[in-house]
Design a protein around this ligand. Structure first.
Ligand SMILES: Cc1cc2nc3c(=O)[nH]c(=O)nc-3n(C[C@H](O)[C@H](O)[C@H](O)COP(=O)(O)O)c2cc1C
Ligand code: SF4
Length: 586
């Protein structure tokens, strides 16, 4: 049975706003006022938060509020646009609008992390996957009949696991407490040394040395220290953390407690992306169980003075909140705008105090390392990349899903295993990552080669790569937080330029313009989103130039009708004779 109204702990501003949005289907002015006084923050802060996060709205949304994922993988490749249009027609609603009677609203959203499950949507925050025309027709009828979600077929809300390959971390479940027991035996310094010797590097994308991060945090002066798990997983094509949170949550909490023991923290947070809100009851139950087992709370496992607890904070639909400093801003109840760095979170993180932010997979790996030793971990992987990597594989392959490999596996091996043939290109690391041509399929998945935070998208020969670039560009333009001009404007211009080329209005000069723009966005943006937003364009121009050149016109063509644009000037001057029009032939 579906749990449609996940109960939030109300003490966090985001949770209060989630509850208000759920109750009124929008955030009315009086509720903003009330929230501001309840949380003792300025009204402007609450208004800024509501405006920032896409899951909050100041205009009423429908009683059935539907968001189609327009992710490259579970959206574009599955024909999401056609399904969306058909569904809107059935329910007589315009995309992006709420129907006049308030029954339903339908819109698009960025990747919801269901790329192994086919076309997907969120309905009142709950995912429904495996969409096709027949299923959507059934859903439309249930909505027209106003049948509550609790009475919809329960199987629709089951998200099956799709683990196809297990290695170091997924083969055996960690027995709760084993990593902590080991850590208590060794003591703090030795435990930290084991993590350092293992060569563990962050699994969230950047690959920073985990032991070093913990050491820096431990050494930083501060009144308190914090452990934060980044479960924001918003990179289109990535869904491995969804599975880890569902199946391996206890090991995650063990890894966080281990980190707390090493750095001397008493408080931890899991920042759970809003799209995974449906996992909240399961995560809370797991936390409660660990409390009952003496693995959280005071004097953990009888270790005097080792007190540690974890809260889960649910995000509200903003990809940028995966960036660690934006995430911390969000944890503090603010819009998720990345901070100026340095200082880094390890010294000035949550509430200005030393904070470790690690990915879900990183904490799970750390727990296993503490329990089994650094030598065990290093039996897999390469010198630069110890251990294993969990990949989220989707796109044009027979068996999309989760695959855990030792680092060093070749791209070709992965393609063979997932049943991908006649492959035109692979995108590792999501839209921000690397576009690989077949000549590169011998490259290895590793930090110093084909790196990935987890996403592995396969594009068959039948795909129009320019359309994929447009989808990526749309994603970045939509998700740019708007704080700095190179990214805010640059991502829009990149999107427009790709649209122009695809729609047959591009000339050779547009390719130079694309290169130039991409370099500006890459080098002059404030944070990692901007730094990587143009990677796919530069990769595409270099490795697949024909994808762009095929669409180009031999001569420059105006991108808009200048004569039409001057219509208002003619109106003001009361002139509409032939001389007041531009001669289009000149
Ligand atoms: C735009 C952007 C989005 C990011 N999203 C995530 C994310 O969803 N999950 C994650 O673990 N790291 C994400 N990161 C990386 C984090 O900033 C940070 O490096 C990471 O959480 C550190 O954990 P790790 O060392 O265990 O990888 C993102 C970075 C950027 C620039
Ligand atoms: S680079 Fe983009 S996402 Fe990052 S701060 Fe600037 S506008 Fe925001």
């Amino acid at each position: 049975m579906i749990n449609c109204s996940s109960s939030f702990a109300h003490e966090h501003l985001l949770h209060r706003l989630h509850a208000i949005q759920q109750q009124y289907r929008h955030i009315p002015p009086h509720a903003m006022q009330q929230t501001a006084s309840e949380f003792n923050v300025p009204l402007s802060q609450v208004a800024a938060v509501v405006a920032f996060y896409s899951f909050f709205s100041t205009q009423p949304r429908g009683r059935f509020d539907i968001l189609f994922s327009n992710c490259t993988s579970c959206g574009y490749l599955t024909g999401e646009r056609n399904l969306l249009q058909m569904f809107c027609q059935q329910l007589q609603v315009t995309p992006g609008k709420t129907r006049a009677d308030g029954l339903v609203s339908i819109d698009e959203t960025s990747c919801i992390g269901m790329c192994d499950q086919g076309a997907s949507l969120l309905i009142n925050g709950v995912p429904v996957t495996g969409l096709n025309a027949a299923k959507l027709t059934q859903i439309a009828q249930l909505i027209i009949d106003e049948i509550p979600l609790q009475q919809w077929p329960g199987a629709w809300f089951d998200i099956p696991d799709t683990i196809h390959r297990r290695d170091l971390l997924l083969t055996e479940h960690l027995i709760p407490g084993t990593a902590l027991q080991r850590a208590f035996q060794y003591g703090v310094s030795e435990t930290l040394a084991i993590i350092q010797q293992s060569g563990l590097r962050g699994r969230g994308g950047a690959g920073f040395d985990t032991g070093k991060k913990w050491q820096l945090c431990r050494a930083a002066p501060g009144k308190a220290r914090y452990v934060v798990c980044n479960a924001d997983e918003g990179e289109p094509g990535t869904f491995k953390d969804r599975l880890l949170l569902r199946e391996y949550a206890s090991a995650l909490f063990e890894g966080m407690a281990l980190c707390a023991f090493v750095i001397g923290a008493q408080k931890g947070f899991v920042y759970l992306r809003g799209e995974y809100r449906y996992l909240l009851p399961h995560l809370q139950t797991t936390l409660e169980r660990r409390h009952d087992q003496g693995l959280l709370g005071n004097d953990i496992l009888g270790q005097p003075g080792f007190d540690f607890d974890i809260d889960i904070v649910v995000g509200a639909g903003a990809y940028i909140c995966g960036e660690e400093s934006a995430l911390i801003e969000s944890l503090e109840g603010k819009p998720g705008i990345p901070r100026i760095r340095p200082p880094f979170p390890v010294t000035h993180g949550y509430l200005g105090q030393p904070t470790v932010v690690n990915n879900v997979e990183t904490f799970i790996a750390a727990a296993h390392i503490a329990a089994r030793g650094s030598a065990w971990f290093k039996t897999a992987g390469t010198p630069s990349s110890a251990g294993s990597k969990i990949l989220s594989i989707s796109g044009d392959c027979e068996k999309s899903g989760i695959y855990e490999y030792p680092f060093g596996v070749t791209v070709q091996q992965v393609l063979d295993d997932c049943g991908a043939t006649d492959v035109q290109a692979v995108q590792t690391g999501g839209p921000a990552g690397t576009l690989l041509s077949p000549a590169e399929f011998g490259r290895a998945i590793a930090f110093d080669d084909a790196a990935t935070g987890g996403s592995f998208l396969v594009f068959g020969q039948q795909r129009d790569l320019l359309a994929i670039h447009r989808n990526f560009a749309h994603f970045f333009a939509h998700e740019s937080c708007g704080f700095c001009t190179p990214c805010r404007v640059g991502t829009q211009l990149l999107k427009n330029a790709l649209n122009n080329i695809a729609e047959g209005r591009g000339a050779a000069a547009d390719i130079d313009e694309l290169q130039h723009l991409s370099r500006i966005v890459q080098h002059q943006s404030h944070c990692g989103l901007g730094h990587t937003a143009a990677n796919h364009v530069l990769d595409g121009l270099r490795k697949f130039p024909q994808v762009f050149s095929l669409h180009l016109r031999p001569h420059f063509t105006a991108r808009f009708d200048l004569d039409q644009a001057l219509a208002s000037a003619r109106q003001i001057t009361h002139r509409d004779d032939a001389g007041a029009h531009l001669d289009n032939e000149r």
